[in-house]
Design a protein around this ligand. Sequence first.
Ligand code: KG4
Ligand code: ZN
Length: 335
Amino acid sequence: MPLILAIESSCDETAVALVRGEAGRAAEVLATVVASQIELHREFGGVVPELASRNHSLLLRPLVEQALRQAGVAVGAVDAFAATTGPGLASSLLIGSTAAKALACATRRPFLGINHLEGHLLSPFVGDTQVPPHVALIVSGGHTLLLDVAAAGHYRKLGGTRDDAAGEAFDKVGKMLGLPYPGGPEIEKLARDGDPAAYHFPRAMLHDAHLDFSFSGLKTAVLYTLQRQVGTLPLADLAASFQQAVIEILVAKTLKAAQHSGQRTVALSGGVSLNQALRGAFTQACARAGVELVVAAPWLCTDNAAMIGFAALLRHLAGESSPLDGDIHPHLPLI
Ligand code: KG4
Ligand code: ZN
Protein backbone atom coordinates (compact mmCIF):
# COMPACT_ATOMS: atom_id res chain seq x y z
CA MET A 1 0.00 0.00 0.00
CA PRO A 2 1.65 3.30 -1.09
CA LEU A 3 3.00 5.45 1.74
CA ILE A 4 3.29 9.25 1.29
CA LEU A 5 5.29 11.71 3.40
CA ALA A 6 3.82 15.20 3.00
CA ILE A 7 5.03 18.62 4.08
CA GLU A 8 2.87 21.73 4.46
CA SER A 9 4.58 25.10 4.95
CA SER A 10 2.53 27.56 2.89
CA CYS A 11 1.92 30.05 5.68
CA ASP A 12 2.70 29.98 9.40
CA GLU A 13 2.17 26.32 10.28
CA THR A 14 4.99 23.84 9.74
CA ALA A 15 3.45 20.40 9.29
CA VAL A 16 4.46 16.87 8.32
CA ALA A 17 2.24 13.80 7.85
CA LEU A 18 2.45 10.20 6.72
CA VAL A 19 -0.56 8.90 4.81
CA ARG A 20 -1.10 5.44 3.38
CA GLY A 21 -3.87 4.01 1.20
CA GLU A 22 -4.97 2.03 -1.80
CA ALA A 23 -7.19 2.92 -4.78
CA GLY A 24 -10.88 2.42 -4.02
CA ARG A 25 -10.07 1.55 -0.39
CA ALA A 26 -9.55 3.33 2.91
CA ALA A 27 -6.69 5.75 3.47
CA GLU A 28 -4.98 5.99 6.82
CA VAL A 29 -3.13 8.90 8.44
CA LEU A 30 -0.22 7.19 10.24
CA ALA A 31 1.19 10.39 11.72
CA THR A 32 0.43 14.09 11.64
CA VAL A 33 2.45 16.79 13.40
CA VAL A 34 1.83 20.53 13.26
CA ALA A 35 4.01 23.22 14.81
CA SER A 36 1.97 26.38 15.04
CA GLN A 37 3.81 29.68 14.88
CA ILE A 38 0.75 31.67 16.01
CA GLU A 39 2.36 32.84 19.27
CA LEU A 40 5.42 34.06 17.39
CA HIS A 41 3.42 36.20 14.97
CA ARG A 42 0.78 37.39 17.45
CA GLU A 43 2.77 40.41 18.65
CA PHE A 44 2.86 41.67 15.04
CA GLY A 45 -0.91 41.18 14.54
CA GLY A 46 -0.40 38.90 11.54
CA VAL A 47 2.08 36.63 9.77
CA VAL A 48 5.58 38.05 9.15
CA PRO A 49 6.85 36.10 6.07
CA GLU A 50 10.56 36.38 6.94
CA LEU A 51 9.98 35.02 10.45
CA ALA A 52 7.72 32.24 9.13
CA SER A 53 10.26 30.91 6.63
CA ARG A 54 13.13 31.02 9.13
CA ASN A 55 11.08 28.96 11.53
CA HIS A 56 9.98 26.51 8.86
CA SER A 57 13.62 25.74 8.14
CA LEU A 58 14.42 25.33 11.85
CA LEU A 59 11.40 23.13 12.55
CA LEU A 60 11.18 20.92 9.48
CA ARG A 61 13.92 18.40 10.13
CA PRO A 62 12.86 17.57 13.72
CA LEU A 63 9.21 17.42 12.58
CA VAL A 64 10.00 14.96 9.75
CA GLU A 65 11.88 12.78 12.26
CA GLN A 66 9.01 13.06 14.77
CA ALA A 67 6.41 12.07 12.14
CA LEU A 68 8.45 9.06 11.02
CA ARG A 69 8.85 7.97 14.67
CA GLN A 70 5.13 8.45 15.32
CA ALA A 71 4.27 6.33 12.26
CA GLY A 72 6.90 3.73 13.16
CA VAL A 73 8.39 3.73 9.66
CA ALA A 74 11.85 4.44 8.22
CA VAL A 75 12.32 7.08 5.54
CA GLY A 76 13.27 4.30 3.09
CA ALA A 77 9.72 2.88 3.33
CA VAL A 78 8.18 6.07 1.90
CA ASP A 79 6.94 5.65 -1.69
CA ALA A 80 6.55 9.35 -2.60
CA PHE A 81 7.30 12.75 -1.04
CA ALA A 82 4.84 15.63 -1.36
CA ALA A 83 4.76 19.30 -0.46
CA THR A 84 2.48 22.27 -0.94
CA THR A 85 3.79 24.28 -3.90
CA GLY A 86 1.13 27.01 -3.88
CA PRO A 87 -0.74 29.18 -3.18
CA GLY A 88 0.99 30.73 -0.18
CA LEU A 89 3.96 32.82 0.92
CA ALA A 90 6.82 32.31 -1.55
CA SER A 91 9.58 32.04 1.05
CA SER A 92 7.53 29.61 3.14
CA LEU A 93 6.53 27.41 0.18
CA LEU A 94 10.18 27.17 -0.86
CA ILE A 95 11.28 25.65 2.45
CA GLY A 96 8.77 22.79 2.46
CA SER A 97 8.98 22.01 -1.24
CA THR A 98 12.78 22.06 -1.26
CA ALA A 99 12.86 19.69 1.73
CA ALA A 100 10.42 17.26 0.08
CA LYS A 101 12.35 17.39 -3.20
CA ALA A 102 15.64 16.73 -1.37
CA LEU A 103 14.10 13.68 0.34
CA ALA A 104 12.70 12.46 -3.00
CA CYS A 105 16.06 12.97 -4.67
CA ALA A 106 18.05 11.21 -1.92
CA THR A 107 15.70 8.20 -1.81
CA ARG A 108 15.05 8.13 -5.60
CA ARG A 109 11.32 8.32 -5.05
CA PRO A 110 8.83 10.57 -6.90
CA PHE A 111 7.93 14.08 -5.76
CA LEU A 112 4.41 15.54 -5.88
CA GLY A 113 3.73 19.29 -5.75
CA ILE A 114 0.28 19.80 -4.25
CA ASN A 115 -2.12 22.74 -4.44
CA HIS A 116 -2.93 23.85 -0.88
CA LEU A 117 -6.56 24.45 -1.89
CA GLU A 118 -6.92 20.88 -3.16
CA GLY A 119 -5.68 19.78 0.27
CA HIS A 120 -8.44 21.76 1.99
CA LEU A 121 -11.03 20.68 -0.60
CA LEU A 122 -10.34 16.97 -0.04
CA SER A 123 -9.90 17.23 3.76
CA PRO A 124 -13.54 16.28 4.59
CA PHE A 125 -12.91 12.93 2.83
CA VAL A 126 -9.55 11.93 4.35
CA GLY A 127 -9.96 8.25 5.18
CA ASP A 128 -11.61 7.10 1.96
CA THR A 129 -9.90 7.29 -1.43
CA GLN A 130 -13.28 7.40 -3.19
CA VAL A 131 -14.41 11.04 -3.15
CA PRO A 132 -18.12 11.41 -3.97
CA PRO A 133 -19.50 14.14 -6.28
CA HIS A 134 -20.36 17.24 -4.21
CA VAL A 135 -20.38 21.00 -3.83
CA ALA A 136 -17.33 22.16 -1.87
CA LEU A 137 -17.06 25.33 0.19
CA ILE A 138 -13.48 26.20 1.18
CA VAL A 139 -13.42 28.92 3.84
CA SER A 140 -9.94 29.75 5.08
CA GLY A 141 -7.83 32.77 5.94
CA GLY A 142 -6.84 33.31 2.33
CA HIS A 143 -9.71 31.82 0.32
CA THR A 144 -13.48 31.58 -0.02
CA LEU A 145 -14.27 29.23 -2.87
CA LEU A 146 -17.33 27.34 -4.06
CA LEU A 147 -16.68 24.41 -6.39
CA ASP A 148 -18.58 21.70 -8.16
CA VAL A 149 -16.58 18.49 -7.61
CA ALA A 150 -17.31 15.63 -10.01
CA ALA A 151 -14.50 13.48 -8.50
CA ALA A 152 -11.02 14.03 -7.03
CA GLY A 153 -9.10 16.11 -9.57
CA HIS A 154 -12.23 17.20 -11.47
CA TYR A 155 -13.26 20.63 -10.28
CA ARG A 156 -15.39 23.46 -11.67
CA LYS A 157 -15.35 26.85 -9.97
CA LEU A 158 -18.82 28.14 -9.11
CA GLY A 159 -17.91 31.24 -7.13
CA GLY A 160 -15.26 32.97 -5.06
CA THR A 161 -14.65 36.13 -3.12
CA ARG A 162 -14.30 39.40 -4.99
CA ASP A 163 -12.31 40.98 -2.14
CA ASP A 164 -11.58 39.62 1.36
CA ALA A 165 -11.73 35.93 2.22
CA ALA A 166 -14.14 34.95 5.01
CA GLY A 167 -11.29 34.19 7.44
CA GLU A 168 -9.54 37.42 6.49
CA ALA A 169 -12.75 39.33 7.36
CA PHE A 170 -12.85 37.53 10.75
CA ASP A 171 -9.19 38.44 11.34
CA LYS A 172 -9.61 42.10 10.31
CA VAL A 173 -12.77 42.59 12.38
CA GLY A 174 -11.00 40.87 15.29
CA LYS A 175 -8.22 43.45 15.01
CA MET A 176 -10.77 46.30 14.97
CA LEU A 177 -12.34 44.92 18.15
CA GLY A 178 -8.90 44.77 19.78
CA LEU A 179 -8.80 40.96 19.86
CA PRO A 180 -5.61 38.90 19.50
CA TYR A 181 -4.59 37.34 16.17
CA PRO A 182 -6.12 35.26 14.65
CA GLY A 183 -9.51 36.92 15.05
CA GLY A 184 -11.72 33.99 13.95
CA PRO A 185 -11.66 31.86 17.11
CA GLU A 186 -11.68 34.99 19.32
CA ILE A 187 -14.80 36.37 17.60
CA GLU A 188 -16.50 33.01 17.95
CA LYS A 189 -15.78 32.97 21.71
CA LEU A 190 -17.02 36.53 22.19
CA ALA A 191 -20.10 35.95 20.01
CA ARG A 192 -21.37 33.21 22.35
CA ASP A 193 -22.47 35.93 24.83
CA GLY A 194 -23.75 38.32 22.17
CA ASP A 195 -27.01 38.97 20.35
CA PRO A 196 -26.65 38.13 16.63
CA ALA A 197 -29.60 40.42 15.84
CA ALA A 198 -28.24 43.45 17.77
CA TYR A 199 -26.83 45.05 14.60
CA HIS A 200 -28.01 44.44 11.08
CA PHE A 201 -24.86 44.37 8.98
CA PRO A 202 -25.11 44.16 5.15
CA ARG A 203 -25.25 40.76 3.44
CA ALA A 204 -23.56 41.70 0.15
CA MET A 205 -24.83 40.05 -3.03
CA LEU A 206 -26.98 37.65 -1.00
CA HIS A 207 -29.81 37.64 -3.53
CA ASP A 208 -27.72 37.99 -6.69
CA ALA A 209 -27.93 35.11 -9.13
CA HIS A 210 -24.14 34.58 -9.24
CA LEU A 211 -22.25 32.64 -6.56
CA ASP A 212 -19.51 35.15 -5.72
CA PHE A 213 -18.91 36.64 -2.28
CA SER A 214 -17.86 40.07 -1.00
CA PHE A 215 -16.92 40.69 2.62
CA SER A 216 -15.20 44.08 2.48
CA GLY A 217 -18.46 46.09 2.80
CA LEU A 218 -19.38 44.08 5.88
CA LYS A 219 -15.97 44.79 7.41
CA THR A 220 -16.38 48.53 6.70
CA ALA A 221 -19.89 48.48 8.19
CA VAL A 222 -18.44 47.07 11.44
CA LEU A 223 -15.76 49.81 11.38
CA TYR A 224 -18.35 52.61 10.92
CA THR A 225 -20.49 51.16 13.70
CA LEU A 226 -17.45 51.14 15.98
CA GLN A 227 -16.61 54.75 15.09
CA ARG A 228 -20.19 55.91 15.78
CA GLN A 229 -20.40 54.03 19.06
CA VAL A 230 -20.47 56.21 22.16
CA GLY A 231 -19.90 54.79 25.63
CA THR A 232 -18.78 51.24 26.29
CA LEU A 233 -18.43 48.97 23.29
CA PRO A 234 -20.94 46.10 23.11
CA LEU A 235 -18.18 43.82 21.81
CA ALA A 236 -20.11 40.56 22.17
CA ASP A 237 -23.11 41.95 20.22
CA LEU A 238 -20.85 43.30 17.49
CA ALA A 239 -19.01 39.99 17.20
CA ALA A 240 -22.24 37.96 17.15
CA SER A 241 -23.90 40.23 14.56
CA PHE A 242 -20.83 40.19 12.31
CA GLN A 243 -20.51 36.39 12.59
CA GLN A 244 -24.22 35.97 11.83
CA ALA A 245 -23.89 38.02 8.61
CA VAL A 246 -20.93 35.91 7.40
CA ILE A 247 -22.75 32.66 8.24
CA GLU A 248 -25.96 33.68 6.46
CA ILE A 249 -24.06 34.59 3.29
CA LEU A 250 -21.99 31.37 3.28
CA VAL A 251 -25.00 29.11 3.94
CA ALA A 252 -27.27 30.80 1.36
CA LYS A 253 -24.70 30.80 -1.45
CA THR A 254 -23.59 27.21 -0.80
CA LEU A 255 -27.13 25.86 -0.83
CA LYS A 256 -27.87 27.85 -3.96
CA ALA A 257 -24.76 26.24 -5.51
CA ALA A 258 -26.03 22.77 -4.57
CA GLN A 259 -29.40 23.57 -6.11
CA HIS A 260 -27.87 24.94 -9.34
CA SER A 261 -25.46 22.04 -9.79
CA GLY A 262 -27.92 19.35 -8.72
CA GLN A 263 -25.47 17.97 -6.11
CA ARG A 264 -26.93 16.24 -3.04
CA THR A 265 -23.78 16.53 -0.91
CA VAL A 266 -22.10 19.64 0.49
CA ALA A 267 -18.60 19.56 2.01
CA LEU A 268 -17.03 22.25 4.22
CA SER A 269 -13.31 22.78 4.76
CA GLY A 270 -10.77 25.39 5.86
CA GLY A 271 -10.07 27.17 9.14
CA VAL A 272 -13.40 29.04 9.29
CA SER A 273 -15.30 25.73 9.13
CA LEU A 274 -14.11 25.14 12.72
CA ASN A 275 -16.69 27.74 13.76
CA GLN A 276 -19.44 25.95 15.72
CA ALA A 277 -22.15 28.48 14.87
CA LEU A 278 -21.32 28.04 11.17
CA ARG A 279 -21.43 24.25 11.50
CA GLY A 280 -24.78 24.48 13.32
CA ALA A 281 -26.30 26.75 10.67
CA PHE A 282 -25.10 24.45 7.86
CA THR A 283 -26.42 21.37 9.66
CA GLN A 284 -29.88 22.93 9.94
CA ALA A 285 -29.98 24.36 6.42
CA CYS A 286 -28.76 21.13 4.79
CA ALA A 287 -31.27 19.04 6.75
CA ARG A 288 -34.06 21.36 5.60
CA ALA A 289 -32.90 21.11 1.99
CA GLY A 290 -32.42 17.32 2.15
CA VAL A 291 -28.71 17.68 1.36
CA GLU A 292 -25.99 15.59 3.02
CA LEU A 293 -23.36 17.64 4.89
CA VAL A 294 -19.74 16.49 5.26
CA VAL A 295 -17.46 18.67 7.38
CA ALA A 296 -13.71 18.20 7.79
CA ALA A 297 -12.70 16.86 11.21
CA PRO A 298 -11.49 19.74 13.45
CA TRP A 299 -7.83 18.63 13.25
CA LEU A 300 -8.07 18.79 9.45
CA CYS A 301 -9.68 22.27 9.22
CA THR A 302 -6.70 24.52 9.89
CA ASP A 303 -3.49 24.05 7.93
CA ASN A 304 -2.01 20.56 8.28
CA ALA A 305 0.01 18.10 6.20
CA ALA A 306 -2.45 15.17 6.42
CA MET A 307 -4.73 16.88 3.88
CA ILE A 308 -1.73 17.50 1.59
CA GLY A 309 -0.66 13.85 2.01
CA PHE A 310 -4.18 12.66 1.19
CA ALA A 311 -4.35 14.82 -1.98
CA ALA A 312 -0.87 13.54 -2.92
CA LEU A 313 -1.92 9.92 -2.30
CA LEU A 314 -4.87 10.27 -4.70
CA ARG A 315 -2.59 11.79 -7.37
CA HIS A 316 0.09 9.13 -6.77
CA LEU A 317 -2.54 6.38 -7.11
CA ALA A 318 -3.61 8.02 -10.40
CA GLY A 319 -0.01 7.66 -11.63
CA GLU A 320 0.95 11.33 -11.36
CA SER A 321 4.18 12.95 -10.17
CA SER A 322 5.81 16.41 -10.46
CA PRO A 323 9.20 17.38 -11.90
CA LEU A 324 11.98 18.10 -9.40
CA ASP A 325 12.77 21.35 -11.19
CA GLY A 326 9.17 22.61 -10.92
CA ASP A 327 8.72 26.02 -9.30
CA ILE A 328 6.56 27.18 -6.39
CA HIS A 329 3.46 29.25 -7.26
CA PRO A 330 2.46 31.82 -4.62
CA HIS A 331 -0.74 32.75 -6.52
CA LEU A 332 -1.63 29.32 -7.86
CA PRO A 333 -5.38 29.01 -8.53
CA LEU A 334 -7.06 25.64 -7.96
CA ILE A 335 -8.36 25.53 -11.52
O1 KG4 B 1 -7.26 27.14 6.73
P1 KG4 B 1 -6.45 28.03 7.60
O2 KG4 B 1 -5.70 27.42 8.74
O3 KG4 B 1 -5.39 28.83 6.81
C1 KG4 B 1 -5.46 29.27 5.50
O4 KG4 B 1 -5.19 28.45 4.58
O5 KG4 B 1 -5.79 30.46 5.33
O6 KG4 B 1 -7.47 29.13 8.12
C2 KG4 B 1 -7.13 30.13 9.04
C3 KG4 B 1 -8.33 31.06 9.17
C4 KG4 B 1 -8.02 32.33 9.95
O7 KG4 B 1 -8.52 33.43 9.22
C5 KG4 B 1 -8.79 32.13 11.25
O8 KG4 B 1 -9.22 33.34 11.84
C6 KG4 B 1 -9.96 31.30 10.79
O9 KG4 B 1 -9.40 30.40 9.86
N1 KG4 B 1 -10.58 30.56 11.90
C7 KG4 B 1 -11.85 30.77 12.31
C8 KG4 B 1 -12.05 29.92 13.43
N2 KG4 B 1 -10.89 29.21 13.65
C9 KG4 B 1 -10.01 29.62 12.69
N3 KG4 B 1 -12.81 31.60 11.86
C10 KG4 B 1 -13.99 31.59 12.50
N4 KG4 B 1 -14.25 30.83 13.59
C11 KG4 B 1 -13.32 29.98 14.08
N5 KG4 B 1 -13.58 29.22 15.14
ZN1 ZN C 1 -5.07 26.73 4.47
